[in-house]
Design a protein around this ligand. Structure first.
Ligand code: AMP
Length: 467
């Protein structure tokens, strides 16, 4: 368990008042003891209180509300719970928790997310689910079509409330809240509790108990953070150099969809097994990318921030923040992707001169300066990649097969052990949520060159994605 958990009162799940059925499911999931947010929140939720949970992703906040809500639903203290989330991926992650901890007790759940057909969701709704997990837009679609009724919802969870507000969901949230019974239990989770979200919580909760985990301390204890100060044009060379120096599975964040595509192409040219996830990708593509990343088919996943919310991969070794986020709290969320509940990981941020103000804002929020690391400009890989990048620019940025600039071969790592909690459980996600189709990602040819006669890549031997 992490240092963060060690700092919490020494509690067991047993001591939190959970039922034998819940304890059995926890043992099955190999959860040995509660994380701090779980230890603090679960007793209040079980007691029926409104709770504000100040916790970033990666702290175990999902189980902190799923476990006690399942208890209250199973014992009929609650009739129906609604969980609102900012993204589809987070919705899927929560429904996996419900399955993990509630399936044996016959808990039914409907996951209402955009980007997939209505058919599967209508079937789930017809089964009279005790839990509804939804993104605000799709829930409103269902409300308008009268395919869902929320008048019997007596527990509401607003998960990642800060993100929902940042993403402009306030009008939808207000509309949904107006439709819910006033007499209900409300739980609100958020990485930050400043400004708009504090006001929103004041309006939506009734005499809440506030529980929090020390986010900045948690981060420092869990992930090794580093900042590389460099020029924009050096970012790709540094990324490839870092990927070359370890075998870690790596999640890369870029600011825009186009940059995600561009970075993914560069990594592909370098022979890495890489996938992308962003808003222009269909739900099926996103799920296949995530599944492939979780099961080790793809070593690298390049993502924009919004699409990456809710990615729950237990064993991400390295998070690379290729572009600093504009909203400082997003940094905390991104770091939360690595060093999940029981692991340790590292996080590397690439900071160009024009991003220094953003870095200062992040350091102010986390109250911790992030250590600077020297950019390995002397390294052979860095020099080679910088030269290749410059050459590509000079020749009009053309893609091609890489042009023979990668000198030494290196074994591909795509077939590492699967990572991600739950293994096969994730594979079925596509089925449940409609568009996924055949579960796992397609395997691609194992030839190392993208086109005939292209140069040998740094990471030779692995599968190359074809578009
Ligand atoms: P979350 O913050 O809810 O996104 O959870 C982060 C990760 O930690 C997920 O992979 C959970 O399955 C895992 N996790 C949550 N609570 C525990 C626990 N008490 N013991 C072990 N793993 C946990």
């Amino acid at each position: 368990m992490t240092a963060a958990a060690a700092a919490a009162p020494a509690e067991t799940f047993d001591a939190l008042g959970l039922s034998a059925a819940a304890l059995h499911a926890l043992a099955q999931a190999s959860y040995q003891k509660p994380t701090p947010i779980q230890a603090k929140a679960i007793p209040h939720v079980l007691a029926g209180r409104d709770v504000i949970g100040c916790a970033a992703t990666g702290t175990g906040k999902t189980a902190a509300f799923v476990l006690p809500l399942l208890e209250r639903l199973a014992s009929k203290q609650l009739h129906r719970a609604l969980v609102l989330v900012p993204t589809r991926e987070l919705a899927n992650q929560i429904s996996e928790h419900v399955e993990r901890f509630g399936a044996a007790r016959g808990m039914r759940c409907a996951t209402l997310i955009g980007g997939v057909g209505m058919g599967g969701q209508l079937a789930e709704l017809r089964a009279d689910p005790q839990l509804i997990i939804a993104t605000p837009g799709r829930l409103i679609d269902h409300l308008e079509q009268r395919t869902v009724k929320v008048d019997s919802v007596d527990a509401l969870v607003l998960d990642e409330a800060d993100r929902m507000l940042d993403m402009g969901f306030k009008p939808q949230l207000t509309r949904i809240l107006q439709r819910l019974p006033r007499n209900r239990q409300t739980l609100l989770f958020s990485a930050t509790m400043a400004g708009e979200v504090a006001e929103f919580a004041r309006q939506s909760l009734h005499q809440p108990v506030r529980v929090e985990v020390n986010t900045s301390g948690t981060l420092a204890a869990r992930a090794t953070q580093k900042v590389y100060e460099l020029q924009q044009t050096e970012k790709t060379a540094l990324l490839i150099t870092l990927l070359d120096s370890s075998d870690d599975s790596t999640l890369v964040f870029t600011r825009t969809k186009r940059r995600a595509d561009k970075v993914a192409r560069s990594l592909e040219r370098a022979g890495l097994s890489v996938e992308r996830i962003h808003a222009d990708r269909s739900q099926g593509q996103r799920e296949r990318a995530l599944d492939g990343f979780k099961n080790g088919t793809y070593r690298v996943l390049v993502a924009t921030d919004i699409a990456a919310r809710g990615i729950d991969v237990a064993d991400i070794g390295h998070v690379v923040i290729y572009d600093l986020p504009h909203v400082p709290a997003d940094y905390v969320h991104r770091i939360g992707r690595t060093a999940r509940a029981a692991a340790t990981g590292r996080a590397s941020s690439f900071v160009a001169p024009e991003e220094m103000d953003l870095l200062r804002a992040i350091e102010k929020l986390t109250k911790t300066p992030v250590p600077r690391e020297k950019v390995p400009r002397d390294s052979e890989v860095f020099q080679r990649e910088s030269a290749a990048e410059a050459a590509r620019k000079e020749h009009g940025g053309g893609g091609g097969g890489g042009g023979g600039h990668h000198a030494r071969g290196r074994q591909q790592h795509h077939a590492k052990k699967p990572h991600g909690s739950g293994g096969g459980r994730h594979g079925g996600g596509g089925k449940r949520h409609g568009g996924g189709g055949g579960g796992g990602p397609k395997q691609h040819s194992a030839s190392s060159g993208g086109g005939s006669g292209s140069g040998k890549s740094v990471f030779s031997g692995g599968p190359r994605r074809r578009r």
